[in-house]
Structure formats: C-alpha cells, structure tokens
Design a protein around this ligand. Structure first.
Ligand SMILES: [Zn+2]
Length: 429
C-alpha cells in the first residue's frame, strides 16, 4: 500500500495541476465531436498524448476486423472518420499490473440550439460547473485519465506497468470503438472508464438495441385513406405494441439481480420519425428509429427476434399493415449488458483510493444506459471500473459537470494508478 505521505503528495499534485486540467477539458469540449466528426478531437488528443512521450497508435475502425465478434453492432454509416487513438506507456521494467484508462470522445447531438442557454461547444465555467455538450459525457473523464498520469509525473514518477490511454469513438451508437481496441489486441489487468457516474461505481448495466422500423406501401384503396390506411398513422399501433413489449420486459425485473429495485429499468425510446411527402397525399411511407434496453445475460439476437415477432403480430389485424408488413432494420447498438462481479482486487483498491480522495465510502449503482464497460467485462474478463464525476443534463440541454467532483475523481484515479501499477522514478537519462 502507498504510504500516507505519498498519497497526500499525489492528491496535492492533482490539485496543483487542476487549472491546466480545466483548460484542457474546455479545449476538448470545443471540438464538436458528433458522430462522424470525432477526428479533429482525436487529432488534438493524439498530439497531447504524443507530447507526453506515449507510444502512439491511431486507426480508423475497419468493419471487416470486428464484424465476426459477438460484441459487434451493425454499421450503417461510413467509418472513414471513426478514428480511435491509443497512447501507451511502457515502463523500464514491468513490475505492477497493467491498466487501460478508457474514454469516449463522441458526443450526442445538441438538439435545437435555442434550447441551450449558451452555445453547446463554447464551454464556460460558472461556480463549480463546467458547461458544454460532452463536458460530463465524457470529456472531463478523458482529461481526468491524462491528468492523473500528469500528476504522478509532476512528482517524478511513471507507472511501473503498461498503461494504455484510450480515446474511442462510437460509444453513443454502437460500442464498436472500444470493441475495435480489444480486437486490435489492447488488453490489461484492469480498466477504468470515467463516465459521469456521480462518483459511484457501476455494478450492472443494461444492453441496448437500436432499430429502424420501415412502414411502406401504397394504400390498398383510396376510400380507406382515413385512419389505418396511412403509413404514418399505421406507425402508431406498432409503437403501442412496442411499448407493451417494454412493459412485459419491465415486469421481469424481479428475476434480474441488481435491477429488481429500479422503477423502470427497461426503456423504449422512439427517437426519430419521418414519413410522407406532403399534406395532400396519403403517406405511403414512414420510418421510425427506436432504442430499447435489455437485461444483462439477455442475448441481443433472441431479443431482436422477439421485437420482430411483436411487430409482425401487431401488423396482422391492421387494415394497412396486414398487406404491407413493416420491416425492421438493425442500425446500431446490438449490445449485451454486463455485471461487474463484486470483490475484485481492482474494486477493493478503488474503494480505498476513492475514500482517500473523497473522504466517504464508494457506493455502487446500476445504470439503465449503454456503457463500453461490457467490452472489457464480457469479452476479456477484465474488471472494468466505470466510475466518474458528477454531471447533469447529459444527452439534454445545458449539460454540465462539477469541477470539484472531477478533481476528486482524478485524485482517486491517480492513487489507483500508483498502487495498481506501482511507481518507478523517472530517470534523467
Ligand atoms: Zn458516455
């Protein structure tokens, strides 16, 4: 175990570097790293990591490299700008345990700009808060990973084990970015992902499925052009049927360890809809995009089949849909959930370093949203600690993250690195 003096010095070094860390985080928020536009933020991170003498690796995700993998999600967009960046530290002599510090650089769409108090990619500080799209989810976390290492360096230390700093894309839509790192060969004895988790540790996390439902076809008879013979209106009973399925799945929560006490663990979101051509024609087409979650242990392919049969059944007795059955396209997340087994060495250590940095005990939580932690836990049996700062409004308007929380989390990560990896003195030569 670290002695108390060194522990205090590490936390003080994090404190000392925090002005720079905040400025770095703001710079990172300025890059509008929406889907397909992550590459400029990745260039910035590449240069920052290289300046820290890390061995650099940067690549665009190749679908052919990962599509065989059970954790793969279908790809419907061009990946030429889906760039992953990994910076690796290798010690003079491997002494401790290896570690991956992961974060995703992609951010979700802003929604209407006039619903933000200030522009989403112009980060500003007010009191204890840093505002901006991606500030909490999760650019503060990426910066925390980097500045935890910087704090050790300021004291004259490197980790005495291999450390990979990963900045990945595609976390908000497929999880293929983290998967691509694993398939490329990046593995370690533990991983940390500082997602905005209110300073808690994620114990369990749902899987997520994305799909688009296409309703197509010419109405059978113009006299039926009212309700039910119209592709847009025909979408309504399909959406209702999906909500019934959602409630059936929520009804199964008592059998799901860690989810039994959540009020509504399974959420269906109809996130986007389009259809028709103009007001005076009966619409012959409508498409809507959905996201639904599944419990850990549930197989995505089996649940996808259940969704398709639910939609088929709903179509059977409908005047329009019976003749024009809807088609389902799987166009994103096709991901399992996971449970972090209790009591790993990594978790025990985080409990100690969290306590040292926060002054209170680490709590765990269950999340009803997707996390890349599943890639490490399910496909590499690697204890992945998803643990990060307090944040509000992620995926909403006026997203913000607490500065004091970032600082404490960075301290806990720095202490974790020091003890998990061990420390070696940086030599002058
Ligand atoms: Zn996130």
């Amino acid at each position: 175990m670290l002695d108390e003096t060194l522990s205090r010095e590490i936390l003080a070094a994090v404190d000392e570097g925090f002005g720079g860390q905040l400025a770095f985080t703001q710079n990172l928020v300025r890059f509008p790293s929406l889907r397909g536009q992550e590459h400029t933020a990745q260039d910035f991170l590449f240069e920052e990591m290289r300046a820290r003498d890390l061995t650099m690796d940067r690549w665009a995700i190749e679908v052919g490299d990962i599509e065989h993998h059970p954790g793969f999600s279908p790809v419907k967009v061009d990946y030429s700008n889906a760039i992953n960046v990994v910076g690796t530290h290798r010690p003079g002599e491997e002494q401790g345990r290896s570690l991956i510090l992961n974060g995703h650089v992609d951010v979700v769409p802003t929604g209407p700009l006039d619903m933000w108090s200030k522009p989403p990619f112009d980060p500003h500080v007010e009191g204890d808060w840093l505002y901006g799209r991606g500030s909490g989810d999760m650019k503060a976390g990426i910066a925390a990973n980097i500045f935890a290492l910087d704090a050790l360096k300021r004291l004259g230390f490197h980790p005495a084990a291999r450390v990979h700093l990963q900045s990945v894309t595609e976390e908000e839509c497929t999880g293929n970015g983290a998967l691509s790192c694993l398939v490329r060969g990046y593995r370690a004895d533990a991983a940390i992902i500082p997602e905005p988790m209110d300073g808690k540790l994620v114990r369990a996390n749902v899987g997520v499925l994305w799909f688009r439902v296409h309703v197509r076809g010419v109405p059978v008879h113009v006299l039926e052009a009212g309700s039910g013979a119209n592709a847009i209106e025909a979408a309504f009973p399909l959406i209702s049927a999906l909500h019934e399925l959602e409630e059936r799945w929520n009804g199964e929560k008592s059998a799901q360890k860690y989810f039994e006490n959540l009020e509504h663990p399974i959420n269906l979101n109809v996130g986007k809809i389009a259809g028709g051509d103009w007001a005076s024609s009966v619409p012959a087409w409508c498409s809507f995009d959905c996201r639904i979650s599944i419990y850990p242990g549930w197989n995505p392919a089996e649940r996808a089949a259940e969704i398709e049969s639910c939609l088929r059944a709903a179509a059977q007795n409908h005047p329009f849909l019976a003749n024009n059955p809807p088609e389902v396209e799987w166009n994103g997340f096709f991901a399992e959930g996971y449970v972090l087994e209790e009591g790993s060495d990594a978790e025990r250590l985080l409990e100690r370093t969290h306590l040292a940095s926060h002054g209170h005990n680490l709590e765990s939580m269950v999340t009803p949203a997707y996390l890349d932690g599943r890639v490490f836990v399910l496909y590499d049996n690697c204890p992945c600690l998803v643990y990060g700062p307090y944040s509000e409004g992620i995926h909403g308007f006026d997203e913000r993250v607490s500065l004091s929380s970032i600082k404490r989390v960075t301290g806990a990560i720095a202490l974790f690195i020091a003890e998990w990896c061990g420390l070696e003195r940086i030599s002058d030569g």
